[in-house]
Design a protein around this ligand. Structure first.
Ligand code: KIV
Length: 274
């Protein structure tokens, strides 16, 4: 039982808070961050979960896929984010190549993330093939979030970013994988780009929270890449992205104002000088 009247009153969001939110029917809000300043703003605004996603590979480093980002890079981003967070639960993606080899390698990677960044948990992509790894991490005391459906680290196997689990066989596999991850001890699972009916059915059947991205409104929470939600990215337009602003053009406008002030010598004024 929670000591707080509402899980939203928790001074710190923990995996237990998320569980209580699911039980109370309160949707969980999760966004990505990769740096101190953004993390501080998201946390101050009341976000429940901050994901240090390997989408940093795309939006921070400019790579086409999430595959190139390294464990050292992820730890650096996680360190920056953790310094900006007081309340949110911080989840860090284990990057491609840092956990698929075997469960010992995964444990070493996850321990590095937890020790060197101070983050609260890790996220791994995949189902049955990584279940023993998930168990090993959890046995070591590391909270693990799963990720099923469109798992971007497998993009070359999928051959593209299409909606996953539309066919019966893949949908059945996803249901089985979700159950295995829950039984292995995951505290939550991200469902990316799957049919909303399937996400709704699995979310209802699981006792742990599900977080959707392109998986409809019946998941227990939602996640977006912050750069997409704020309109900092403009060349990525899947239908699941809702833009809460157009920061790219606003920032460009502000930069043009600055350039014009510099050119006209109206910046700096005497008041802005010593
Ligand atoms: O890396 C990431 O940002 C993610 C989200 C898309 C869920 O895994």
């Amino acid at each position: 039982m929670s000591i707080h009247p509402s899980p939203l009153d928790s001074p710190k969001v923990t995996t237990r808070t998320l569980q209580e939110m699911k039980q109370s029917g309160i949707p969980i809000a999760m966004l990505t961050a990769y740096d101190y300043t953004s993390a501080r703003i998201l946390d101050g605004a009341g976000i429940d979960v901050i994901l240090v996603g390997d989408s940093a590979s795309n939006v921070m480093a400019g790579f086409e896929t999430t595959l190139p980002i390294t464990l050292d890079h992820m730890i650096y981003h996680a360190q920056c984010v953790v310094r900006g967070v007081d309340r949110a639960l911080v989840v860090v993606d284990l990057p491609f190549g840092s956990y698929q080899g075997n469960s010992r390698e995964a444990l070493v990677s996850a321990i590095r993330v937890m020790k060197e960044s101070g983050a609260h948990s890790v996220k791994l992509e995949g189902g049955k093939p990584i279940v023993s790894t998930v168990e090993r991490l959890i046995e070591a005391g590391i909270p693990v979030m799963g990720h099923l459906g469109l798992t971007p680290q497998s993009i070359y196997r999928f051959g593209g970013y299409q909606v996953r689990a539309k066919e019966e066989e893949e949908a059945e596999q996803l249901k089985a994988d979700a159950l295995l991850l829950q039984e292995a001890g995951c505290f939550g699972i991200v469902f990316e780009k799957i049919p909303q009916e399937l996400a709704a059915e699995v979310s209802k059947s699981l006792s742990i929270p599900t977080i959707g991205i392109g998986a409809g409104s019946h998941c227990d929470g939602q996640v977006l890449v912050t750069h997409d939600a704020l309109g900092l990215t403009t060349d990525f337009n899947p239908r699941f992205v809702r833009r809460y602003g157009h920061l790219d053009s606003q920032i460009a406008g502000m930069v043009q104002n600055y350039i014009s002030d510099v050119r006209s010598r109206s910046f700096p004024t005497d008041e802005e000088s010593y």
